[in-house]
Design a binder for this molecule. Sequence first.
Ligand SMILES: Cc1cc2nc3c(=O)[nH]c(=O)nc-3n(C[C@H](O)[C@H](O)[C@H](O)COP(=O)(O)OP(=O)(O)OC[C@H]3O[C@@H](n4cnc5c(N)ncnc54)[C@H](O)[C@@H]3O)c2cc1C
Length: 442
Amino acid sequence: MRRHLAATAWAVAFVAAFTAPALLTLRSGEDSALASQLAVQAGLLATSALVCAVAVPSRLRSLTRALGIDGVLGVHRWIGMLAALLVLAHVVLVLAANPANIALLDVRHAPRPANAGVAATVTLVALVGLAVLRRRVRHHYELWRWVHLALAGSVLVLSALHIWWLGDLVHDPAVRTAFGLQAAVLLAVLGYRWVWRPVFDPRSEYTVRTVRPKSETASTLVLEPRRSSRHGAGHPTLTFAPGQFAWLRLRRSTATGEHPFTITSSAHLGLWVEFTIRHAGDFTRTLAGLRSGDSVWLDGPHGGFTVDNVRSTGLVMIAGGVGITPMMSMLRTLAHRADRRQHRLVVAARTHEELMFRDELESLQSALDLRIVEVISRARGAAVPDQLDEALLARVLPGRYRRNKFDYFVCGPPGMVTDVVTALDALDVRTSRIHTEQFDLV
Ligand SMILES: Cc1cc2nc3c(=O)[nH]c(=O)nc-3n(C[C@H](O)[C@H](O)[C@H](O)COP(=O)(O)OP(=O)(O)OC[C@H]3O[C@@H](n4cnc5c(N)ncnc54)[C@H](O)[C@@H]3O)c2cc1C
């Protein structure tokens, strides 16, 4: 319920920010041609959409908790596309209002407001093109991310200069106030995200307690607040909901790489937090080499993939590969809470060796009413490989009547999440009961 209220409050705030400057110009009752008025409206809406598109992914905890990280990124992409369409509409309407305005596109002779507008439009087109190509450049994600941020910042600055140099709009006190408010809120959000939290907030610094190898390809990282190691134990660690994640950095500065990892420990452990990390590439392999006493920095908790957001008679958790990590935090927390409901866990992996937490899951079965189903797609010696499909889920799920009294948590690589959601849909599970998280921001 609180999650829906928060999501509604955020939606109202964004709609207000999006429409305010445009609505305020309507009030001035200008008597210019319709196309000119529409051009101004499209431009104002585009600027507000850009501001919202930058604010949405700025790691506002209440927003990531209300929408989940997949939801936040979906909204960000949607608003970004809307901003691009509005900018194109603005350009077309400026030309429709007066075809002689085509001269404004000649950067050598056009006045500076027009040049700033053209530069903002070209940069925005590059930004959208790069966003569409993001899956193709997935192996250079960090580089892609920095170019994306630089282009987004340039579009905002160029748009602000375009409006400022045009002058007419900022002379209207009401519109000036609306833009001023937007700019102040955006600067506060960005300052909190990029400066206060990483550089000044002492709670973001953690010390490595231990790094435990979990298997040949994964390790568990145990962290405690830096303040505990400096001033003696007892400083409470991150307060989080089971299933949430945090961004992890190896340096204080946000200019270094940051990667998201799910907290695997129970939400009631109190003094330290654990992450289980598969060594997928450079960054995750570096983590395996951390030593006890090293400093790392956390930005979190984030995300809405948590049992604490739902009320149901039981849970069905479906995990692919390292997607087991949020399920571990949820199950450990439920065991701490002596939860009595019925739960099912479906874990998919290529081989038995890849399955993580097998021993602990077995012991959790004595603390919880938990049924575990392992799905091994490349089991040695198996005549027919297991498949995580509709037929398997039909055997695992509760009967038709009780099916929609359970909540379903699905986590893993994007393809697996999509397939499972399609299968659940075919089994008549209501969409509102299905919660997903993809371990992929790209
Ligand atoms: C919400 C969320 C929770 C996650 N939780 C876990 C977890 O508990 N345990 C675990 O082992 N993994 C988890 N991951 C995946 C983990 O973040 C990536 O495996 C890790 O960032 C890879 O970095 P790398 O440099 O070692 O590998 P690379 O080989 O550089 O990257 C492998 C893939 O990871 C993605 N990736 C790379 N860099 C980043 C980045 N800075 N931010 C986001 N994605 C990136 C890209 O898709 C890339 O193709 C999670 C991912 C998300 C989105």
